[in-house]
Each structure stands twice: as structure tokens, then as C-alpha cells.
Design a protein around this ligand. Structure first.
Ligand code: NAD
Ligand code: IPM
Ligand code: MN
Length: 349
């Protein structure tokens, strides 16, 4: 039976990289029944809404969603993102945002003297609460006394399910779990976070757990990326650290992500880490690697592990041998990279 997958190409370079990812997926031979959703800033301009009121219900009807990017200079970013992507992550309870920060051979890292052997980190970002709870408000608008409150929310249940999953992932990898915290300045949220992590640690004897303040962790990501294996982080910390991670793995166009509910199934969202890149949108030169890698993660979610492995091999071969988009030092278009991946798939034994 074909998998039911929705594409939300979205805005800016979103449609360009999603077209490339769909081409690569088609070449794997996996049967996918696509539904294209026009949700995004174009729809906002036409209908005054980024997505229909029942978007979460609609999304639940699919096995997965492949999403490009959301955001256009004509719409305030908090309106576009809270009109589509963030309510979907929350509404589908996609509590785990998995972001592999792996430097593929051939990709240009910004770190001098570092290579592919030094960078293989899996970020596990909390994806439904924390600094992104969406709770808050403003009062006394326009007055000197104006106030804005943005509540950071940490619940024991959400912190525990996330960190427990981090321990499980670390147990299956190199056995190191690093928890990003800020429990020196924060007196409540990250203190709870640390307590939950410390209480779980004894259950995972094979995993070395360490608690690192996020500022120090940012420095370590650059200075000693080879010391990191699995990193668990709050919503905002995970967001910021993975853009730093993207730079280390060759640039924004390289990074992939999966918004999932580990062990629970249901519709999940796969998207490159980058945004709509208005500065290069429409030129056909966006790097589709992050989107194609996200498609690999989607194939794994769909239970298509052999096809996922094949597509990842073809993508890695293309990163190593080209063609490359300008951000990677090449002159190829998005479509040419997609064609390169399709060609590499065809050459696999
Ligand atoms: P961005 O990721 O869109 O761009 C940052 C830089 O990275 C730009 O120089 C851009 O050209 C480059 N870049 C991004 N993707 C690239 C690709 N595939 N190939 C080559 N270069 C690439 O981040 P931003 O400028 O902060 O945000 C632009 C818009 O996107 C905003 O509206 C923002 O809210 C939105 N955004 C959306 C998502 C999402 O939908 N998941 C993520 C981040 C930002
Ligand atoms: C990401 C993006 C989003 C986030 C924005 C666009 C709300 O930066 O997916 O990394 O912060 O989660
Ligand atoms: Mn981000």
C-alpha cells in the first residue's frame, strides 16, 4: 500500500527544495500517494490565513508531512510561524525534534582542521513547550509602561519523555548524553530539567550523562565537536545550537530534521532546518541536501529502512563528488543536485 504523505512546500526556497526531495524520493521506487497542501504565506495573502482552522485534523490524516519552509518578508514572522508550523508541532504532539549534525565527507565545514570523523552529533530538541509555549501577552500598548511577558513552560512529563529518549538514543550510539542547561541563571525551569535528567541517569548504566551550561556548550560545539554524541536541549536552545551545528556541517542547506513522537507513531513532520531564505529564493540555487536528508528520515519513519539507506548513500555520494550548489562552492542548480542524487541512486548495486 502506498504511504499517504502531504507536501507543504511553503514559502521562499521551500518549494524549490521540496521539488528536489520529491524527485529523489520518486527515484527510490517507494510508493507514495502525495497530497499537495498550499499552506503558507501565499495562502495568507489570498485568504488571510496560513492554513485552514482544522489543519491539525487534516494533518492527522497523513502518515507523514514533508515541509519546505515557512516565512515571507510580507508577513510578520510570528504570524506566519504561529499560523502554521508551531501549531502543527504542538497540535500533533511531535515532542521530539531530531536533528543530526553530521559532517558528510566532502562538505565544507567552517571548522579549521576538522573533518567528517570529528562531527557526528544527534540533537534531540524538545519541540512542544519550553520557550515556545506560546503563553504570554502584552499590555499598555505603546505606552512607556508597555510590558511583554513570554512564559517559558517546563513540565515534568515533557522533560522526562524527552530526556529518557535521549538516554535511549545515546545507549545505541557512542554512549554519551549531554544535556544543555542554564540552571545557573534559571532558578526553576532548567533546575527541574536537571533534576529529571539526574534521576534518570542511574537507569542507563552504559551512558555517561553530563550536564553542560548552554553557553559553554556552544563554545564546545565549535572547539571540540568530537566530544559530543547525543545532545538533549530545550526548544530554544536546540534551535540555536542546531543552526551553529548546521554551519559546522557545511551550511544551512545541509541540515535535516524530523519532528516525531518516538514510540507512539502517527503523522510526523520532516523538514530541512533552514528557513525560506528570501535572499536566494526564486534563483533555483538553494541547496536541497537538507530537504533530501529529511526525506531519508521520513522513509525511516514510514518503515522503509532499505530505501532510506539507499537514498542516504546516494546523497552522501553527491555531496562528495558533486554537483554542488553555490553555498557549497559549486555552480550547480537545485535541480542539477537532485538529478545528481537520482543518478547516484541508479548506480548503487
Ligand atoms: P534562513 O535559514 O532562511 O536563511 C539564513 C541564511 O542561510 C541565508 O543566507 C540563506 O540564504 C541561507 N540558506 C538557507 N537555506 C539555504 C539553502 N537551502 N541553500 C543555501 N543557502 C541557504 O533563516 P532566516 O533568514 O533567519 O529566516 C528567513 C525566513 O524563514 C523567516 O521568515 C523565518 O521566520 C523563516 N524560517 C522558517 C523556518 C521553517 O520553516 N522551518 C526555519 C527558519 C526560519
Ligand atoms: C526551526 C525554525 C523554527 C523554530 C522557527 C521558524 C519558528 O527556526 O525549525 O529551526 O525556531 O523552531
Ligand atoms: Mn531554527
Amino acid at each position: 500500500m502506498a504511504h499517504e504523505v502531504a507536501a507543504i512546500p511553503g514559502d521562499g526556497v521551500g518549494p524549490e527544495v521540496i521539488a528536489a526531495a520529491r524527485e529523489a524520493l520518486a527515484a527510490t521506487g517507494v510508493a507514495i500517494n502525495w497530497t499537495e497542501l498550499d499552506w503558507g504565506c501565499g495562502r495568507f495573502a489570498r485568504a488571510g490565513q496560513m492554513a485552514p482552522d482544522d489543519m491539525v485534523e487534516v494533518a492527522r490524516g497523513f502518515d507523514a508531512i514533508l515541509l519546505g519552509a515557512v516565512g515571507d518578508p510580507t508577513v510578520p514572522d510570528h504570524v506566519s510561524l504561529w499560523g502554521l508550523l508551531l501549531p502543527l508541532r504542538q497540535g500533533l504532539d511531535l515532542w521530539a525534534n531530531l536533528r543530526p549534525v553530521r559532517l558528510l565527507p566532502g562538505a565544507p565545514t567552517v571548522l579549521a582542521g576538522r573533518g567528517a570523523d570529528d562531527v557526528d552529533i544527534l540533537f534531540l530538541r524538545e519541540n512542544t513547550e519550553g520557550e515556545y509555549s506560546g503563553i504570554g501577552g502584552r499590555a499598555h500598548r505603546g505606552l512607556a509602561s508597555e510590558v511583554a511577558v513570554e512564559a517559558s513552560v517546563f513540565t515534568r512529563g515533557a522533560v522526562e519523555r524527552l530526556i529518557r529518549h535521549g538516554f535511549e538514543l545515546a545507549a545505541g550510539r557512542r554512549g554519551v548524553l549531554t544535556s544543555a542547561t542554564k540552571s545557573n541563571a534559571s532558578r526553576f525551569g532548567y533546575v527541574l530539567w536537571d533534576e529529571v535528567a539526574a534521576a534518570l541517569a542511574p537507569e542507563y548504566e552504559g551512558v555517561r550523562y553530563e550536564r553542560v551550561h548552554v553557553d559553554a556548550l556552544a563554545a564546545r560545539l565549535v572547539a571540540a565537536p568530537d566530544s559530543l554524541d547525543v545532545v538533549v536541549a530545550s526548544n530554544l536552545f536546540g534551535d540555536i545550537l542546531t543552526d551553529l551545528g548546521a554551519a559546522i556541517q557545511g551550511g544551512m542547506g545541509m541540515a535535516a530534521s524530523a519532528n516525531v513522537r518516538p514510540g507512539e507513531g502517527g503523522c510526523a513532520i520532516f523538514e530541512p532546518v533552514h528557513g525560506s531564505a528570501p535572499d536566494i529564493a526564486g534563483q533555483g540555487i538553494a541547496n536541497p541536501t537538507g530537504a533530501i536528508w529529511s526525506a531519508v528520515l521520513m522513509l525511516e519513519h514510514l518503515g522503509e529502512a532499505p530505501a532510506a539507506d539507499r537514498l542516504m548513500s546516494a546523497l552522501a555520494k553527491t555531496v562528495l563528488e558533486g554537483p554542488r550548489t553555490p553555498d557549497q562552492g559549486g555552480t550547480a542548480t537545485t535541480d542539477e543536485v537532485a538529478a545528481g542524487v537520482v543518478g547516484a541512486l541508479g548506480e548503487l548495486p
